[in-house]
Design a protein around this ligand. Structure first.
Ligand SMILES: Nc1ncnc2c1ncn2[C@@H]1O[C@H](COP(=O)(O)OP(=O)(O)O)[C@@H](O)[C@H]1O
Ligand SMILES: [Mg+2]
Length: 234
């Protein structure tokens, strides 16, 4: 049985202009990511990792090439279509958690559902489920400042999957964490992958690559290599 493909990039490019200067953030990148796999994007600072995640998320638009995300030709989508896709189907996890400080963890996690018009009770039920999946049972009523960095990142991951969204994009999700906590967060993401979620993350940490099904190495906006990781045994 062939796996379905979550993301297909074909020759995508992205340039930023700042005044008279232009920066080529991505150049002719092609890759295909099967659904239900974990992909690590790696490469030095400035190599284009965040830009690629932002393009997949629909936060930025490609300048050239084709990009298909979950069956949507996002290079051809309107801004409204992109926003709807992002809200309904894509979760984004940042290095710095970006939880709202004045909301409890469960209130943070249910926000994306409330934003799509889901009733509060139903959103809360889904948020509790998502929190249980990432190991946060019992901490639902805490505020972000009352839990550890690792627990805040788990809450950010719960917010990314709430409502059974199946694509999680994580930009340096372990970058603010100590190595033990970072490794626990990678275990959470790998477990979600095992449950069928498609995970794409960027990382500087070589230890994180062992969790990946495939590793894309970027350098100066070019895809240097894209390799499946074989025989990753526990
Ligand atoms: N919004 C932006 N405006 C101008 N330049 C940008 C912008 N975003 C990224 N870049 C540039 O694009 C290149 C790739 O950046 P980025 O994708 O953030 O790399 P990485 O995440 O691998 O560190 C860098 O040269 C960066 O300065
Ligand atoms: Mg980055």
């Amino acid at each position: 049985m062939g796996k379905s493909v979550a993301i297909i990039a074909t020759g995508i490019g992205k340039t930023f202009s700042m005044g008279k200067q232009t920066v080529t953030a991505l150049r002719d990148v092609s890759l295909s990511l099967p659904a239900g796999t974990l992909t690590a994007l790696t490469g030095p600072s400035g190599s284009g990792k965040s830009t690629l995640l932002h393009l997949i998320a629909g936060l930025e638009r490609v300048d050239s090439g084709n990009l298909n995300v979950l069956g949507n030709q996002v290079h051809a989508c309107s801004a409204a279509e992109l926003a709807a896709l992002r809200l309904r189907e894509i979760g984004f996890v940042h290095q710095d958690f970006s939880l709202l400080a004045d909301l409890t963890l469960v209130e943070n996690v249910r926000l994306p559902l409330e934003a799509t018009g889901v009733a509060r009770d139903e959103a809360t039920t889904s948020a509790l489920e998502a929190m249980a999946r990432v190991g946060l049972r019992g901490l639902e009523q805490r505020f972000p400042a009352e839990v550890s960095g690792g627990q805040q990142q788990r809450a950010a991951i719960a917010r990314a999957i709430v409502g059974n969204r199946t694509l999680v994009l994580a930009d340096e999700p372990t970058g603010s964490l100590d190595s033990k906590t970072g490794s626990e967060i990678m275990d959470v993401l790998a477990q979600l992958r095992d449950e069928g979620v498609t995970v794409v993350l960027s990382t500087h940490n070589p230890a994180n690559l062992s969790h990946a099904d495939q590793v894309a190495v970027l350098h100066d906006g070019t895809l240097l290599s894209f390799d499946a990781i074989e025989g990753d045994t526990a």
